[in-house]
Design a protein around this ligand. Structure first.
Ligand SMILES: [Zn+2]
Ligand SMILES: [Zn+2]
Length: 245
């Protein structure tokens, strides 16, 4: 059970992740969503309200969606309807999905359009995702209804869905986990798409080396994911401290 303090921390972590995603140009107009489950069932979660630019989201702006209550409309300060559908299904159907980050950044989205979007291991960052991504290639429109249920089932026990013809979602126990995975997912996609664009033959790592590298990322001796978000918050505390309000 989350305390009020835990929920406030989740709000501040999400606000920092939104603002940093805008700085990295991983946002898209006033679309895309991050959410965080605040009950064990995943039926209540924090999410960004429709129409607010990522660069100015504050902790207090995030709205609580309760799947058992009528959804507030965007005009009432509610979320984008596709956010409620997709993130609701993700939280309700996947206990590991406490935080869900959903973006359409340049390289992940370009990769998602390939006939085979598999992240093949060609460097440390791509190897981090070896056999650790679920691929959804059945894009059927903007994420209402069946689309949400199918995406949430595709995740399985993994923490990343590459959404064909769309973008990606990463999930984690903490905002820092899901955000760090998305950061590296975009880096991996950038490296892979740039390497593909060379037209030269790629030297793909062996399965053994790729698997070892992925395990080394997962079991790293210090909390890189936590440190990443902590440093982002430290920078924002100096440059735009109102994100915590
Ligand atoms: Zn989307
Ligand atoms: Zn979303």
């Amino acid at each position: 059970m989350m305390t009020e303090r835990d929920i406030q921390t989740a709000r501040e972590d999400l606000a920092a992740a939104f603002r940093w995603s805008a700085r990295l140009d991983m946002h898209e107009a006033v679309s895309n969503h991050f959410s965080f489950a605040i009950n064990d069932e995943g039926s209540r979660f924090l999410v960004n309200p429709a129409g607010i630019h990522f660069s100015r989201v504050k902790a207090s702006d995030l709205v609580v969606v309760d799947l058992d209550e009528p959804l507030p409309t965007p005009e009432q300060g509610g979320p984008d309807p596709t956010a409620a559908a997709i993130h609701g299904a993700m939280h309700r159907n996947n206990p590991q999905a406490r935080c869900v980050i959903h973006l359409h950044p340049k390289y992940v989205t370009a990769l998602s359009t390939l006939d085979d979007p598999t992240i093949i291991p060609i460097d440390q960052n791509t190897a981090r995702f070896f056999n650790r991504v679920s691929y959804d290639i059945d894009f059927g429109g903007m994420g209402l209804g069946d689309e949400a249920e199918r995406l949430s089932a595709t995740l399985g026990n993994r923490s990343i869905v590459l959404m064909g013809a769309h973008g990606a979602m990463t999930v984690g126990a903490r905002v820092s986990d899901a955000f760090d995975d998305f950061y590296y997912l975009e880096k991996a996609a950038e490296t892979l798409m740039t390497a593909y664009a060379s037209g030269r033959k790629l030297r793909v790592l062996s399965d053994d080396v790729a698997e070892t590298t992925a395990q080394q990322w997962a079991n790293y001796s210090f909390d890189l994911r936590g440190a990443h978000l902590r440093e982002i918050k430290a920078i924002l505390d100096v440059e735009e401290p109102e994100y915590r309000h």
